[in-house]
Design a protein around this ligand. Structure first.
Ligand code: PGA
Length: 249
């Protein structure tokens, strides 16, 4: 269950969050992956305590090591001791011009170096209103299939409707479930049934303590990608606890 702080928080606030996470009881079946901004990675990596908590970068370069000023390559993340990275977050796509081709390259670059990838997909509000949700998601999924090249055991898909990210408007459990089911259905055809069943498809977009239980009780929702609520210790501990219910369903 990944949480990330976008470009939010100070080193001091990260210290507080890490402390409260260290005191949390993490259910055995839950993987917690914390993705702070790049400048906080070292602190979090060195201070995170407890089994079941890992650290991710929020982004990775599409290119390898070399003359790529300002980029952080997959090699560098691995060398640093990280095992996870988020790719294709909607803010990367919308604000930094990440095309499907770039997302495919990043997925490939990260998997090639042995990182586990949380690959994000999601439609805009106008797409949903116009009934184009699956059309948009299919184009995004096709790029991820291209980048993955069969290495599905290292990939988690995060379905994050863009209209739900940071807005307080969460997808209803049924809306999220229906879309997760369609994503699996598409994967069954485009890849194979075993991959479609086995892959973790997590939901992101205004997940909070008071909506996470209803979401996780849906059969095709395997976990969460949490933004804003991850900055509030009481919230994200409740979400971690709810994620533990998944294995009991
Ligand atoms: P949110 O963010 O939980 O604040 O909606 C989700 C995200 O940015 O992935």
């Amino acid at each position: 269950m990944p949480v990330h702080a976008s470009q939010n928080g100070t080193l001091e606030s990260v210290r507080e969050l890490i402390k409260s996470l260290g005191e949390a009881k993490i259910p055995h079946a839950v993987d917690v992956v914390v993705a702070p901004m790049a400048l906080h990675l070292a602190y979090v990596q060195q201070n995170i305590a407890g089994e079941g908590v890992q650290v991710a970068a929020q982004n990775v370069s599409a290119t390898g090591a070399g003359a790529y000023t300002g980029e952080i390559s997959a090699e560098a993340l691995v060398d640093f001791g990280l095992r996870w990275v988020i790719v294709g977050h909607s803010e990367r796509r919308a604000l930094y011009g990440e095309s499907e081709q770039v997302v495919a390259q990043k997925v490939d670059a990260a998997l090639s170096k042995g990182l586990q990838v949380i690959a994000c997909i999601g439609e805009q509000l106008e797409d949903r209103k116009a009934g184009r949700t699956m059309e948009v998601l299919k184009a995004q999924l096709e790029a991820i299939v291209t980048g993955t090249k069969g290495r599905w055991n290292k990939l988690v898909l995060a379905y994050e409707p863009v209209w739900a990210i940071g807005t307080g408007v969460v997808a209803s459990p049924q809306e999220a479930q229906d879309t997760h089911r369609e994503i699996r259905g598409w994967l069954a055809g485009a890849v194979d049934a075993k991959t479609a069943q086995g892959i973790r498809v997590i939901y992101g977009g205004s997940v909070k303590a008071d909506n996470c239980k209803d979401l996780i009780s849906q059969p095709d929702i395997d976990g969460f990608l949490v933004g804003g609520a991850s900055l509030v210790p009481g919230q994200f501990l409740a979400i971690i606890e709810a994620a533990g219910l998944r294995s009991q369903l």
